[in-house]
Design a protein around this ligand. Structure first.
Ligand SMILES: [Zn+2]
Length: 415
């Protein structure tokens, strides 16, 4: 199901990071976000939408236009009541770009998006090592090549970076990433030094959650939980349109979440009912191998294909995974009561088993039959990694554009 609940007028896509304290900077952010969310608008409409006075909007938009942060479009929308022409203002989308970098277990994906989240292109680089220094060098080279090939002279505003595991966003460090064997890696510092661009590092699942609320499945709601199932499991909470991180950004871990009645492979904690042990791709592969239904070297995609071809044993395992995911979703839904739970990752590859997930969700949630309508699928599409990783930077940029436009700061809000 991709339908979204009808909640009246679509909420504008607003940034979810903290707002600047200075009133001038805040007004600039408000104007820029309004044009981002609503598209090209004349000054009168920007004033209505932001709640700022017409005078403030006229003064600031004139300065933003001369600083190159807004463009006057040639089209005239027709005379306003005053008889003056209404010139729409827009973001210089075609002149700017943002880079998204995802560092995965096997490969690094780099992509370029425009400030509205349209993907301009991406490239994938296979890893030859897990050494942080080598992966940073590979990512930096990939970004340089990408900008050279696809940038088309655009100005790159900054870089968003996503990596799995436990990421301390405030300190720009990867606290722990078991599959890569990383502990306390200052990835943000290393990449900033290599790229010489403003950069925001975020855990991949939190980046996905942010991207869902920017341009995915959760644009219309104030609260959502991203539930990711893949080589790892994890969640991210968006509450009042803000990502919830908690101390050291440790929120959202689901690795050892007990799943009622589930039995999977042995978790590294010793139990067999942890979400990690029953729902990850490697858990499903481990169970399939133990049952003689898969061979060494087969990947989850092989199992998905064989289930589709009628392999009953494999289909049973994937169906069971979907049920376990439904039970985990029930726990999250009851605990946090978000408007949506956005499901992403492996279970979406087997849509034929998602009704099983929904049934289990209804059975295990206190919301009963109301619960499944809160479960939606990721809306990020085939470029989800690029869109997700660009989102933390876009979020930071549109929360306080002038902090990224050093040259324009004096021009726009004055001394
Ligand atoms: Zn465990």
């Amino acid at each position: 199901m991709t339908a979204r609940p009808a909640t009246g007028e679509p909420a504008p896509r607003t940034a979810t990071a903290a707002q600047p304290r200075d009133v001038g900077r805040r007004n600039v952010a408000s104007i820029m976000r309004t044009v981002l969310a609503h598209g090209p608008q004349p000054r009168t409409r920007i004033a209505e939408l932001t709640g700022l006075s017409a005078g403030t909007v006229t003064r600031l938009t004139a300065r933003l236009t001369s600083a190159g942060m807004l463009d006057e479009l040639p089209g005239v929308l027709g005379p306003a009541e005053s008889g003056r022409p209404r010139v729409p203002l827009d973001l210089p989308t075609a002149r700017n770009a943002v880079v998204g970098v995802h560092i995965g277990l096997l490969r690094t994906t780099v992509g370029l998006v425009d400030p509205r989240g349209s993907v301009l292109g991406q490239a994938v680089h296979q890893h030859h090592s897990h050494e942080p220094a080598q992966l940073v060098a590979q990512a930096a080279l990939g970004v340089e090549q990408l900008i050279g090939e696809l940038g088309g002279g655009r100005r790159v505003l900054g870089v968003g970076v996503g990596v799995g595991g436990w990421v301390d966003t405030d300190h720009g460090t990867v606290v722990e990433h078991q599959p890569l064997g990383w502990r306390d890696v200052p990835l943000g510092t290393l990449l900033t030094a290599a790229l010489d661009l403003p950069l925001r590092l975020e855990g991949t699942v939190r980046a996905m959650a942010l991207a869902e609320s920017w341009y995915g499945a959760a644009t219309r709601v104030d609260s959502a939980i991203e539930l990711f199932i893949g080589n790892v499991v994890g969640s991210a909470l968006v509450l009042d349109r803000q990502i919830h991180r908690g101390p050291r950004s440790a929120a959202g871990t689901l690795t050892h979440l007990p799943v009622a009645g589930a039995r999977g492979v042995r978790c590294d904690c010793g139990r067999t009912d942890c979400l990690q042990a029953v729902a990850t791709d490697s858990a499903v592969l481990g169970l399939a191998r133990a049952a003689g239904a898969a061979t060494e070297g087969e990947e989850i995609e092989d199992l998905v294909r064989r289930a589709g071809e009628g392999d009953h044993a494999v289909a049973t395992l994937l169906r069971r995974r979907a049920r376990y995911v439904g039970r985990a979703a029930a726990t999250l839904l009851d605990l946090v009561n978000p408007e949506l739970v956005v499901l992403a990752g492996g279970p979406l590859l087997t849509p034929e088993f998602l009704p099983d997930a929904r049934r289990e969700l209804a059975r295990h949630s206190q919301l009963g039959e109301q619960a499944p309508q809160r479960l939606v699928h990721s809306g990020l599409g085939p470029h989800s990694l690029v869109l997700a990783t660009a989102a933390p930077f876009l979020d930071a940029y549109f929360s306080d554009p002038l902090s990224f436009e050093r040259g324009a700061e004096h021009l726009v809000i004055g001394a």
